[in-house]
Ligand binder design. Structure first.
Ligand code: AMP
Ligand code: ZN
Length: 440
């Protein structure tokens, strides 16, 4: 079903007129209310009066995650704190998370966008929805939750993990729609098949999958094993959370963007210039209706393309491709964002280590697994008597356990640590250093 027929099937001309009207208001709103934007506009030599339509968006300055982090925790807020009714946070490049807040209207808009996503994914009022996105500071769980309730789904807030319980609910509650990460849907498929449960006998029709990159090859495997449709949902906490875009079940060919709330551009990440429609570049989003933390031209660092070609489902909102990569070095491990700089910052405080390391990403039991291989210092290597000691001595084992503990605290996701000998981690040979070995 199309949740909001009037908005989702508007003519392109009407969508762009609505975006222009909202952008004009937004420029004045952020200039008046957020000192960060007043300064950024002034420095760029642009005033809100220069913004007359969406064509003028390229005159406005970009916003980056680093700038949001520097405004930690509340400096980018455009409303008094007593109008903020929800705060979420996502992991950042250092120990400090990026904080996002929502007014009541922001929460309502979010629920509206997510309700559209459920419509796009083949859900209808009365369906039973098993929400296996994590509840907490992460936007996934609660973001999906409010949209599901708005549509009138019977919403089961089971949260992530605990596969035995997920399987029990799938069977006993007769779940129709489930949301989780794509990698977890495969874990679940294997667990069901391993327990002798045939997914074809379950009434689950759609899996709404997002929060991490996946491919059409994975989709084929998921759909075949789970006997259900698998649709892609995209979002990021800085902009809102899940629900910025979602594929339609009819075409499964690109995610319809909620264009009445988000003005999207694709730029060349090196030059910042717009690329031609259909070409791959970095997605840049301006929030047209957000009240608590409106963002101008936010650099998502996600690489994709956008098309405004007609879609078979009848919706007119533009579609973005799958995320094809990142313009920075962020890794996503089981839905958690991890930056190599966080790993470095944690290692820096440890005198037993050199500043060099290697990262290995692999897929074990369907789940992404991170292995960190820090190089030990010459002194430590001598103290454990060489390679054998590095593997087997209690001293090395103790250090390894300590690093694993500190990494878990800093990255919020577990990583295996294997110590390596001095001089064996990659060094830069002038160009970009390649620390990551992706075995997935
Ligand atoms: P967070 O703010 O923690 O929710 O993380 C947002 C990031 O997760 C995005 O910038 C993307 O890099 C990634 N992400 C979210 N949804 C998807 C998706 N469907 N496909 C690929 N990457 C995604
Ligand atoms: Zn469509």
């Amino acid at each position: 079903m199309i949740w909001n027929e009037e908005i989702e099937t508007m003519s392109r001309g009407d969508i762009e007129a609505l975006q222009s009207e909202r952008l004009v208001k937004l420029a004045a709103y952020v200039y008046d209310r957020v000192p960060f934007y007043k300064q950024a506009f002034d420095e760029a030599g642009v005033s809100p009066a220069d913004v007359k339509s969406i064509d003028d968006v390229t005159k406005l300055p970009f916003t980056t995650k680093e700038q949001m982090r520097a405004s930690y925790p509340f400096k980018m807020f455009a409303v008094p704190m007593n109008q903020v009714i929800r705060t979420h946070a996502s992991s950042g490049t250092t120990g400090k998370p990026t904080v996002v807040g929502y007014t009541r209207n922001d929460i309502d808009v979010w629920a509206e966008c997510v309700a559209r996503c459920f419509g796009l994914s083949g859900a209808k009022p009365g369906d039973i929805f098993q929400n296996a996105y994590g509840y907490g500071l992460f936007t996934g769980g609660l973001g999906m939750h409010y949209g599901a309730e708005l549509m009138g789904l019977n919403t089961i807030p089971v949260s992530g993990g605990n596969t035995a319980r997920q399987m029990l609910l799938l069977q006993d509650f007769q779940t129709n729609i489930m949301a989780c990460t794509p990698s977890y849907s495969l874990t679940l498929a294997d667990a069901l098949l391993g327990a002798g449960i045939d997914p074809a006998d379950l009434p689950v029709r759609s899996f709404i999958l997002g929060a991490e990159p996946w491919t059409d090859v994975m989709r084929a495997e998921i759909e075949q094993k789970l006997h259900a449709d698998a649709v892609n949902i995209y979002g990021l906490s800085e902009i809102m959370g899940p629900g910025v875009s979602n594929e339609c079940i009819e075409a499964k060919d690109g995610m319809h963007l909620m264009e009445d709330h988000f003005l999207c551009e694709i730029i060349d990440p090196e030059t910042g210039n717009p690329v031609a429609e259909g070409e791959v570049g970095e997605l840049v989003i301006t929030t047209l209706t957000k009240e608590a933390i409106p963002l101008i031209r936010y650099r998502t660092k996600d690489l994709c393309s956008i098309t405004t070609e007609k879609c078979v489902c009848g919706r007119t909102h533009a579609r973005m491709s799958r995320i094809l990569g990142r313009a920075d070095d962020m890794l996503i491990i089981r839905g958690v964002n991890v930056f190599p700089s966080q790993i470095e910052a944690t290692m820096l405080g440890m005198e037993e280590l050199s500043p060099h390391y290697k990262l290995i990403l692999s897929r074990k039991d369907r789940l992404d697994t991170l292995e960190i291989q820090p190089e030990v210092s010459e002194d430590f290597f001598r103290a454990v008597d060489g390679l054998d000691g590095l593997k087997n001595s209690p001293l090395a084992k103790g250090l390894q356990a300590e690093i694993e503990k500190q990494m878990k605290e800093s990255l919020l996701v577990g990583a295996k640590v294997t110590l390596i000998a001095p001089g064996t981690a990659p060094r830069s040979e002038g160009g970009k250093i390649k620390r990551l070995e992706d075995q997935r």
